[in-house]
Design a protein around this ligand. Structure first.
Ligand code: AGP
Length: 555
């Protein structure tokens, strides 16, 4: 959450402003830029996205920027980053949480420092100011600063003479070199163009200055970042584009998997993930159990409370590779072998993995996961040794060729107060993901339930016209058809997503007849589109749902 970007080199202001736009998917409550102007640091910041704050990028050779997802302190102009020290010579942009900020703040205030924000981050720049005032080098001032703070951070400090100091502990941070120009970023996306991109290792410190850099600690070269341009093309939103990109994302993932040896999996297997990736974990659990493995899926933030036996293999799934709820499990040292599934080469998850398998979906900008989800399912099916995966790109393509029915249904859904998504067995995974998608971007209440269980409680909410979406496959047609009837008898408006209609009166979204075990990859696609259309009809920006961030790097 939150994004940091910085550059030393020509037209740094423009790079930072453009970079902030690319990082807005990380958080977009407020934003700001600090830049060197005639030997001092100027700051432009406030609530909203960078284009509302900076009309014309400043002309400068050194700048840092930040896009915020609030943790400490409300969404206000003062709390927006970067934050300045008392002298106006330094400015900091920070991601993460400084746990001991309250103590540090009162010490610094007692020593005469003036604070302007309610954030935890501002202490960093005052500590740095203190150290430099004592006459130490920038690197030593940074060393002092990080020795005082406790918590999780990626931070960049800009100095009035055009240097950038950076440090990382538990939050992602990268730097890049392209000729004489130097860059920092919390995310690989704005650095796609650079030939040399490095990920700072936790605990490392970096000093960038015009013409070079000094690294205390270590950094790893990042390879395999997709250099594909991330632009909208003919689409209205990234989410729409990413839904329609799925056939290609699946094909690329399958091509890549053909070149890969399947990681060894044996014994007790735990699959751990959050949000949409957790739904992929549920699919993985189902398939691995079907293949005779002892597998179990967990929500990452709940794994801490697991009191059973440790796994032999832990499959960690995260499109960003930076989800703190998941990384904290890995950081605390699981005894098992970790197989990571991620869409982000060079992300932190790799540091803990015995094997890394990538989804080759390409950068996903929309906050709601779409193409990374279907490619995660594909990787999991491959891990479980399921055959027939090569049918998937064409099957998804078929669904995307005829979307007029989904558009019609979306109109009705857009005016609903609440929607149920029901499924049995493997198809319950789709129901869960369908409900999450709708909730996230349309803000309509949605709930997923096992279809058979719905009569044990949820059915009491049903009244005339209540929308209920069923995901169904051949093995559960008969049982699900009864659940559809039960709902309809009470006035529900039912829609099924399946290869065949459930009955003559069924409102039916057809998906191709592929092996049932693979259907979840395909049957989610109309539900993604449904959520997308409903969000647009309600006037929401699906790429930037309120209160959410793409990559959740706090607990
Ligand atoms: C997906 O639409 C959500 N934005 C969210 O649930 C997401 O899947 C979750 O935060 C996990 O992210 P990760 O895959 O990057 O770990």
């Amino acid at each position: 959450m939150c994004g940091i970007i910085g550059k030393i080199g020509p037209d740094a202001g423009r790079f930072v402003v453009e970079g902030l736009k690319a990082l807005e998917y990380r958080g977009y409550d407020s934003s700001g830029i600090a830049f060197v102007d005639s030997g001092s640091v100027k700051i432009l910041k406030g609530v909203g996205t960078i284009d509302k704050i900076v009309r014309e990028p400043p002309l400068t050779d050194a700048a840092i920027g930040h896009t915020r997802w609030a943790t400490h302190g409300g969404v206000t102009d003062f709390n927006a980053h970067p934050h300045s020290d008392c002298t106006g010579k330094y400015a900091v942009a920070h991601n993460g949480i400084i746990e001991n900020y309250a103590d540090l703040k009162s010490e610094l205030m007692n020593a005469g420092h003036r604070f302007r924000s309610e954030t935890d981050s501002e202490v960093i720049v005052h500590l740095f100011e203190d150290a430099v005032r004592r006459g130490v080098s920038y690197m030593d001032a940074l060393t002092y600063t990080v020795s005082k703070i406790r918590g999780q951070y990626a931070l960049a400090i800009l100095t009035a003479d055009g240097h950038i100091l950076a440090a990382r502990n538990g939050a992602p941070f990268l730097f890049a070199k392209d000729g004489d120009a130097l860059y920092v970023s919390s995310d690989p996306v704005p650095l796609l163009f650079a030939p040399d991109v490095y990920r700072l290792v936790d605990g490392s410190l970096l000093h960038l200055y015009p013409g070079g850099y000094e690294l205390r600690g270590s950094a790893r070269r990042v390879t395999g970042i997709s250099a594909r341009r991330v632009d909208l093309g003919k689409y209205r939103h990234y989410m729409e584009k990413e839904i329609f990109e799925q056939p290609r994302a699946l094909a690329e993932t399958l091509r890549y998997l053909q070149t890969l040896q399947r990681p060894e999996i044996s014994g007790r297997v735990h699959l751990v993930a959050a949000g949409t990736s957790y739904h992929a974990a549920l699919y993985g659990e189902y398939l691995l159990r079907m293949q005779g493995f002892d597998a179990r899926a967990f929500i990452a933030s709940e794994y801490l409370y697991w009191r059973g036996q440790e796994p032999d293999v832990l499959i960690a799934i995260s499109q960003s590779g930076e989800t703190e709820d998941l990384l904290s499990i890995l950081r605390n040292g699981v005894s098992s072998e970790v197989v990571a599934i991620t869409n982000t080469p060079g992300s932190t998850i790799e540091e803990y993995a015995r094997d890394v398998v990538y989804t080759r979906a390409g950068p996903e900008v929309g906050v709601a996961a779409t193409k990374t989800y279907t490619t995660q399912l594909t990787v999991l099916a491959w891990l479980a040794g399921i055959e027939g995966l090569d049918q998937l790109p064409e099957a998804v393509s078929q669904v995307l060729k005829n979307t007029s029915l989904i558009e019609d249904l979306s109109k009705r859904v857009a005016s609903a107060r609440s929607v149920y998504f029901l499924g049995r067995g493997l198809h319950l995974v789709t129901a869960k993901e369908g409900a999450l998608k709708l909730k996230e971007i349309s803000y309509i209440h949605a709930e997923a339930y096992p279809a058979g269980e719905s009569k044990h409680g949820p059915i009491s909410l049903i009244e005339d016209g209540f929308p209920v979406f069923f995901s169904v496959g051949p093995s559960v047609y008969t049982e699900t058809a009864s659940n559809v009837e039960e709902m309809r008898a009470r006035g529900a408006w039912t829609v099924s997503v399946s290869p065949n209609p459930l009955g003559p009166e069924d409102v039916h979204i057809a998906v191709p007849s592929i092996p049932e075990v693979l259907l979840p990859v395909v049957e989610i696609v109309p539900l993604q589109l449904l959520a997308y259309n409903a969000a647009v009809l309600r006037g929401n920006n699906p790429d930037r749902p309120r209160n959410l961030a793409k990559s959740v790097t706090v607990k």
